[in-house]
Design a protein around this ligand. Structure first.
Ligand code: URA
Length: 289
C-alpha cells in the first residue's frame, strides 16, 4: 500500500510497475458501494488493507497484491464483463456524458461499479424501453455489426387511424432519404399489448403498431412511419435480439441472467432473430436494481 500520489513504484522482485489505485475507487469497482459510500465505509473504520484499518481517503492499493477486506470479508475487483438491461425513461440522452449537462443514461446505471459500461446502440431522447449496456466490447460490436444486426421490436403509438394495409410498404421495404430499408415485420396492436405507449388505452385518433427491424439507422422507426403518413407520438423498445424487457421498472436496471447472456452471445450468429424465441426469464426481487 502507498499513500504517495507520485510515480508508481516498481516491484523489487520483478521490476514491474505497481499501478496503485485509490482505495475508495477500488471498493466502488468491486461493487461494495458507490464511491461516496466507500468513503463512508473507510472513515467508519470498516476497511482493512493487509490487515490494517485504513481510514485515510487518499490511500492507495495495488489491486494485484494488496488484500482488501470490508467488515472482515475479502473483496476483489470485478473482472467478469458486465451485462445490464436498463428500462430507459423518456428525457435521457443515450450517452455516457453530455458536455451541455443534459440528463443522460449514465446517471441511471451503475457506471462506477462497472467502469467501461457502454450502451449497445441508442434510443432517441424521447424513446423509452430496453437499452442494453455491457463492458464486453467484442459482443457489443458484434451485436451492432451491420452483417448480423439483431432484431429489435418497437411499439409505436402513431397519429391517425391506421389500417393493416397501410403497413404493407414497411413490410415490402420502404425507401427513406438514406436508402431502402430491409422489409420490416409489423402489425397493429390491441390496447392490452400497447400499454407501454398508451397506459390508459389507445387514445381516439391514434393507432398502436409493432415494428420489428434488424437495422439500426437514425430515427429509423419514426421515419418509416412518417413515410406512410402516421408520425410517431410515442416509441418504446420491447425487445432487443433475444432479450425482453421484463422485471425492471422504468428508470431502473438489472443485470442479465446467465440464460440471457448465453442467448445474447448466440444472437450475432443468427440465433433468436425472431421475437418468438426471445428469452423470457423471471428474476427474484433481490436480483433487481
Ligand atoms: N427508431 C427511432 O426512430 N427511434 C429510436 O429511438 C429507435 C428506433
Amino acid at each position: 500500500m502507498s499513500s504517495r500520489p507520485d510515480m508508481p513504484p516498481k516491484d523489487p522482485m520483478t521490476g514491474e510497475l505497481i499501478v496503485p489505485m485509490r482505495l475508495q475507487r477500488f471498493l466502488a469497482r468491486s461493487g461494495v458501494a458507490s464511491r461516496r459510500g466507500s468513503e463512508d465505509l473507510m472513515t467508519a473504520g470498516r476497511v482493512r488493507v493487509n490487515g490494517v484499518v485504513v481510514t485515510e481517503l487518499g490511500s492507495k492499493v495495488d489491486p494485484s497484491r494488496d488484500v482488501v477486506e470490508v467488515d472482515g470479508r475479502r473483496v476483489s475487483l470485478n473482472e467478469q464483463p458486465a451485462y445490464i438491461m436498463l428500462n430507459k425513461p423518456a428525457g435521457y440522452l443515450t450517452t455516457m456524458s453530455d458536455p451541455q449537462g443534459r440528463p443522460c443514461v449514465a446517471s441511471l446505471i451503475p457506471a462506477e461499479r462497472y467502469p467501461g459500461l457502454f450502451p449497445v446502440g441508442r434510443l432517441d431522447k424521447d424513446t423509452t424501453g430496453l437499452l442494453l449496456f455491457t463492458t464486453d466490447g467484442d459482443l457489443g460490436q458484434a451485436l451492432l455489426h451491420p452483417r448480423h444486426h439483431v432484431s429489435k421490436t418497437y411499439i409505436a403509438l402513431v397519429d391517425g387511424t391506421m389500417s393493416d394495409r397501410e403497413l404493407n410498404p414497411l413490410r415490402q421495404g420502404i425507401t427513406l432519404d438514406d436508402g431502402p430499408c430491409q422489409p420490416a415485420r409489423c402489425r397493429l396492436l390491441e390496447a392490452d399489448e400497447a400499454r407501454a405507449v398508451a397506459p390508459k388505452g389507445i387514445p381516439r385518433g391514434t393507432t398502436a403498431v409493432e415494428v420489428i427491424i434488424r437495422e439500426g439507422r437514425k430515427n429509423q422507426v419514426k421515419r418509416m412511419l412518417s413515410r406512410v403518413h402516421h408520425p410517431v407520438v410515442r416509441l418504446h423498445r420491447e425487445r432487443f435480439g433475444p432479450l425482453v424487457l421484463t422485471d425492471v421498472r422504468q428508470g431502473s436496471w438489472r443485470p442479465l441472467t446467465d440464460a440471457e447472456v448465453k442467448a445474447l452471445k448466440q444472437a450475432p450468429q443468427g440465433g433468436a432473430a425472431s421475437s418468438r424465441n426471445a428469452t423470457r426469464t423471471k428474476q427474484t426481487r433481490k436480483d433487481r436494481a
